[in-house]
Design a protein around this ligand. Structure first.
Ligand code: PHE
Length: 341
C-alpha cells in the first residue's frame, strides 16, 4: 500500500511538470485528489485494509495529499505568473508606432471667402460692422427710401414679424444704422444673413448672405466706387478680372449700377457659366441717394458717398466652381472635404 501511495505521488509530481496551463493543472488535481480521484479511492477502499494498518494508510494518504496539494499550488502560482506575463506582452502598446491619422475638419467655403473679403476690404481701410437680422421696417425700407407701396415690401418677398418688424431683406439697413449714429467720414463693410421668401433652387435660397459696403465723405465720386470694386474684383479673382457697370435702379442710390465681373472661369472668353457673355452679375451699387443722406441726418450738400451690396454665396461659388448654391447649406462631408487646406 505504501508503494502505491508513493507511486501515485511521484507520478503526479512528474506529470505536474508537464502542465502548461491552469486548465491542465485542474484536470490533474481532479484526477488524483478529486472525489473519485486515485488517492481518494485508496481511502474509500480502506474496508479491505487490515484494521491495525488503517491509521498508517490514512497517514500516508494524508501526507501524500499534502505534498501533492503543495506542489499543485506552487505550480499554480508559476502558471498564473506566466499567463499574466503572456497577457501583458500581448496587450503591450508600442508607443513608438505612428499615431492613427485623425480626420481634421476644415473651414466652410463661405467662411473662406468671407475671410478673404474682410482682408480685401479692411486692407482698403473699411471697418467691419454688424447689424441685426430681425430689423425694423424703418431701417430696412423707410430710411432706404423704399416707399410703402414699393413691390419689395410685398409679403411675397419679405418675411414680416409684425407690421413694423421684418427679417431684413438686405444688409442695406446697416447703412442707415451707421449713418444715423455716426458722422462722416464713414467707411464700413457689413456681412450677414438676409431673408427673402424665395423657393430654394440652384441660385435662390430663402436665407442667404450679403456683404454691404458704404463710404461717405467729402468729394466721393462714382470713380471711387469703380476703383474700389475693381480692386476688390482683382484681389478676389486675380489679375485680369475687372468690372462692368450697367445702369440700374435702387431707391437708395442715385445713380445706380448693376456691376458685372469678368467671368473668372473663362476670363471673359465666354463659357457655360457666364452663358457665353464673358460677364457675371454680382452686385448692386450706386451713389448714396441725397434723400437718404438727409433722412439719416447727413448734409448732402457737403457729403456724398457710394454703397454696394453683393451676394456672398454667388462669390464663393464662382471662386470654387460650385454649380449649385444648395451645396453650401447641405454640409455634406463629401463636398466640404474639398476645402481642406
Ligand atoms: N440692397 C441691394 C439688394 O439687396 C443691393 C445694393 C446695396 C444696391 C447697396 C445698391 C447699394 O439688391
Amino acid at each position: 500500500m505504501r508503494e502505491k501511495v508513493l507511486e501515485i505521488t511521484n507520478r503526479t509530481l512528474e506529470e505536474l511538470k508537464t502542465c502548461q496551463d491552469s486548465q491542465a493543472l485542474e484536470q490533474l488535481r481532479v484526477r488524483v485528489l478529486g472525489k473519485k480521484g486515485e488517492l481518494t479511492s485508496i481511502l474509500r477502499g480502506m474496508g479491505q485494509v487490515e484494521p491495525e494498518m488503517r491509521p498508517k494508510v490514512g497517514q500516508w494518504v494524508n501526507e501524500a495529499r499534502e505534498t501533492i496539494e503543495n506542489a499543485i499550488s506552487e505550480s499554480q502560482k508559476e502558471i498564473a505568473k506566466r499567463e499574466k506575463e503572456k497577457r501583458l506582452q500581448a496587450e503591450a502598446i508600442d508607443v513608438t508606432l505612428p499615431v492613427n491619422d485623425r480626420s481634421a475638419g476644415s473651414l466652410h467655403p463661405m467662411t473662406l471667402v468671407l475671410e478673404e473679403l474682410f482682408d480685401i476690404f479692411t486692407g482698403m481701410g473699411f471697418e467691419a460692422v454688424e447689424g441685426p437680422e430681425v430689423e425694423f421696417d424703418h431701417y430696412n425700407f423707410e430710411l432706404m427710401n423704399i416707399p410703402k407701396n414699393h413691390p419689395a415690401r410685398d409679403a411675397q418677398d419679405t418675411f414680416y414679424i409684425d407690421d413694423n418688424i421684418v427679417l431684413r431683406t438686405h444688409t442695406s439697413p446697416v447703412q442707415a444704422r451707421i449713418m444715423t449714429t455716426r458722422k462722416p467720414p464713414i467707411r464700413i463693410v457689413s456681412f450677414g444673413r438676409v431673408y427673402r421668401a424665395d423657393e430654394a433652387d440652384a441660385t435662390h435660397s430663402p436665407v442667404f448672405h450679403q456683404l454691404e459696403g458704404l463710404v461717405i465723405d467729402e468729394n466721393i465720386s462714382m470713380g471711387d466706387l469703380k476703383g474700389t470694386l475693381d480692386t476688390f474684383a482683382r484681389r478676389l479673382y486675380g489679375d485680369g478680372v475687372t468690372t462692368r457697370f450697367r445702369p440700374s435702379f435702387f431707391p437708395f442710390t442715385e445713380p445706380s449700377a448693376e456691376v458685372d465681373l469678368t467671368c473668372a472661369a473663362c476670363r471673359g472668353k465666354g463659357c457655360r457659366i457666364c452663358k457665353d457673355t464673358g460677364w457675371i452679375e454680382v452686385l448692386g451699387s450706386g451713389m448714396v441717394n441725397p434723400k437718404v443722406l438727409e433722412m439719416c441726418g447727413i448734409d448732402s450738400k457737403k457729403y456724398s458717398g457710394f454703397a454696394f451690396g453683393m451676394g456672398v454665396e454667388r462669390l464663393a461659388n464662382l471662386k470654387y466652381n460650385v454649380p449649385d448654391m444648395r451645396y453650401l447649406y447641405e454640409n455634406d462631408i463629401r463636398f466640404l472635404k474639398h476645402f481642406r487646406g
